[in-house]
Write a protein that binds this ligand. Structure first.
Ligand code: GLU
Length: 692
């Protein structure tokens, strides 16, 4: 920037005049626009008045001045006018605007100083005179390219990725540092025109005011004391700081958030198919199953429409049966609950109502279970103990803290929000301290576990992108920005602000952000991992429990079958003894001619034949069981008491059982034809082996 001036403020003579002027400056007038600087116009007027006075004085000394009344209308000039003009022309005087001399009424021999702006000040670099002469005394000033030779002292704090020390050891000066702020500083210094020298701050703190003493620490303290020109780094702009130091326009926005360890995955459970419904729902379903089964059993007993004649061909109204025995009722409800149905069907309105309601219940339960099961088995579950700042405030198990002496600490201390006040009270009183000296210490403490670190989202993003074991919990608790801090009234503030705005508009700050946050190689690939885990097929660990239940069910069925078998064998053995006793009595009555009697048996073709009755040996429980087992395995064996034996489908086609002739009621055998008796499940009609 080049300027011209007519008043040479460097001249001692001029300075004396200006100092006097300043003393006698009339109140309310400002001839001097700044201390010791006068504008060209008042300076020229000052010199004009002086020159006129000097000319008049000279005229008065040479002749007596004759004054005359003059009119603007008359053309008659003042007699002494030309003499005064000549005397003024002859004045030579060193005024505020330099040496004054006139040639034919025009000022001659004056000069203009040529100035250059350097380091915030104007420097005289040459002179111009009306005869066309330019005398440059400092030619170098025109070739500096506007880069003033000033070095600013910059203080900062080592903070990844803002300012970091390079690993290389033999570096000196600013080349030792790297990071987002170092790159930003390179741009800003070129645009604002300064050299700089980076230094780390003494106590390693950003700056916090002690509420008792009112004293600041950290970078803020050093700026207040004017020990540095700028503080560059992740310096948060806040109200308290803004009142003691200046900040440039912000270059980055952020907010406080929570850094926490990635929650553990829910361990895969063998019985995870139970997870879709809560334990109490399973219990309620069991209870509902028992209640509904019992209800349908009772209702079916009461309802006359559930009773029917088991043999409609024999119009015997005295024998009625009911399908809904207790066992059948439970079987009906479990069948419908499992969506399989059963061969039982309610006939009465009352039992149908119970059945209908139960079907509706099972419809809802099974659909809810199926829908939830899909979600539970495919989505990876996490155990997240905290999900927000409120969660943190509500508990005491997980410790939490902030960086010592930073704006985050100040945020919690000065906040009027109840949750944050509560958190501050906890942090302040917690021993050992939950505050950490550096961000790295905070991150380490989080990794050790059971600690949540309240930090700014910029550093948090950087950290979680590089460590997949860490995550952000909840959103931002506030909204802040980073700016470059200067001592109050610093001339650099506006220039740097302009530079920052320009860098923002050109997208350079965005590029720097990408360079330092995203484009470094050590970013951990969290998304890929998630994709993999979502696509995982279900393993034995997830649904193996279903197989366990199946095996248990089969084992139970076998145990029950054995019990049924034993129970049946025992009953047969008992009946055998009773029959034997009654047969012996009959034989005694017939005179001991038992060999004449015959028994009904089925031949290989399944046809009934009457064979002479073979004498039966007395059956023990063991032999009865052995015989039953043989029959069950091979489907043949002796059939002494067919009424109690089971039919084998291979031996007798269909389910019709043809009793032996001796088992048939004698009343029906009028024309030698044997009636058939159907076996039906019935709760009323029971075959009594002792009285066939
Ligand atoms: N940027 C903060 C400050 O200027 C430091 C980090 C923090 O307090 O979380 O104080």
């Amino acid at each position: 920037m080049t300027a011209f001036r007519i008043v040479d403020t460097g001249s001692p003579h001029v300075r004396t005049i200006l100092r006097d002027m300043e003393k006698f400056q009339p109140v309310g007038h400002s001839i001097l626009n700044k201390s010791s600087i006068i504008k060209a116009e008042p300076a020229l007027i000052y010199d004009s008045v002086n020159v006129f006075a000097k000319g008049l004085h000279a005229l008065e000394r040479s002749a007596t001045l004759s004054l005359a009344n003059l009119s603007c209308e008359s053309e008659t000039p003042w007699g002494d006018g030309s003499s005064l003009f000549n005397y003024i022309n002859a004045v030579e005087y060193d005024g505020l605007t330099g040496p004054i001399k006139f040639t034919e009424g025009k000022r001659s021999n004056f000069k203009l100083d040529i100035l250059k702006l350097r380091n915030e000040e104007l420097y005289k670099v040459g002179q111009w005179t009306p005869d066309g002469q330019i005398n440059i005394t400092d030619t170098q000033a025109f070739f500096e390219g506007g880069r003033p030779n000033i070095t600013l002292k910059i203080i900062t704090i080592e903070e990844t990725p803002f300012v970091m020390l390079k690993d290389v050891s033999n570096l000196t000066g600013n080349s030792r540092y790297e990071g987002f702020c170092v790159d930003l500083l390179t741009y800003v210094s070129t645009m604002a025109g300064f050299e700089y020298e980076i230094q780390f701050s003494g106590d390693g703190l950003y700056g916090l005011i002690d509420t008792d003493s009112g004293e600041w620490n950290g970078l803020v303290r050093e700026l207040i004391d004017k020990k540095a020109d700028l503080a560059v780094g992740s310096m948060t702009i806040n109200y308290a700081r803004e009142s003691v130091i200046d900040f440039t326009k912000p270059f980055m926005n952020l907010g406080v958030s929570i850094l926490f360890k990635v929650p553990q995955r829910v361990p895969t459970q063998l019985f995870s198919f139970m997870n879709p419904l809560a334990v109490e729902i399973w219990l309620y379903i069991l209870l509902a199953y028992i209640i509904v089964s019992t209800t349908i059993y009772i209702v079916a007993r009461f309802s006359p429409y559930e009773w029917h004649n088991p043999s409609p061909c024999h119009n015997n109204r005295e024998i009625m049966e009911n399908d809904f025995t207790l066992g059948n009722s439970f079987w009906f409800t479990i069948g419908t609950l499992m969506q399989q149905g059963s061969d039982l069907n309610p006939k009465a309105a009352s039992t149908r109502i119970v059945g209908g309601i139960w079907w509706f219940f099972t419809l809802i339960i099974i659909s809810s279970y199926t829908a939830n099961l899909a979600a539970f088995l495919t989505v990876e579950r996490m155990i997240t103990p905290i999900e927000s700042a409120e969660d943190l405030a509500e508990q005491n198990e997980i410790e939490y803290g902030t960086l010592e002496g930073g704006s985050t600490m100040a945020f919690f201390r000065d906040s009027k929000i109840e949750t944050y006040q509560k958190m501050w009270r906890y942090m302040e009183s917690k021993r050992p301290s939950v505050f950490v000296p550096t961000i790295d210490d905070g991150v380490k403490r989080v990794l050790e576990g059971n600690y949540a670190f309240l930090m700014e989202s910029t550093m948090l993003d950087y950290t979680i992108q590089r460590n997949c074991n860490l995550t952000q919990v909840g959103g931002l608790l506030n909204s802040n920005s980073y700016g470059i801090a200067t001592p109050i009234g610093s001339p650099w503030r506006d220039k740097i602000s302009l530079a920052i705005l320009e860098l923002q508009e050109k997208g350079i700050i965005q590029m720097l952000y990408s360079k330092w946050w995203k484009n470094t190689g050590d970013v951990c690939n969290r998304d890929e991992k998630n994709k993999d885990s979502k696509a995982n097929a279900l393993g034995v660990a997830n649904i193996g429990g279903v197989f366990v239940v199946l095996l248990c069910g089969l084992a139970l069925a076998i145990v029950v079958a054995i019990l049924e078998f034993c129970w049946n064998s025992r009953k047969n053995a008992q009946t055998d003894r009773v029959r034997r006793y009654s047969d012996d009595e009959d034989e005694d009555e017939d005179g001991g001619s038992g060999s004449e009697r015959e028994e009904a048996e089925l031949d290989e073709k399944g046809e009934k034949v009457l064979r002479p009755r073979t004498p039966r040996p007395q059956q023990s429980l063991c032999s009865e069981m052995a015989e039953e087992l043989r029959f069950a395995m091979r489907c043949h064996g002796s059939r002494q008491r067919p009424a109690l034996r089971r039919n084998c489908s291979r031996c007798t086609p269909g389910s019709t059982y043809v009793p032996a002739a001796t088992d048939l009621p004698q009343a029906n055998g009028e024309n030698g034809l044997l009636p058939t008796v159907e076996f039906r499940k019935s709760s009323v009609v029971q075959f009594d082996p002792a009285n066939p």
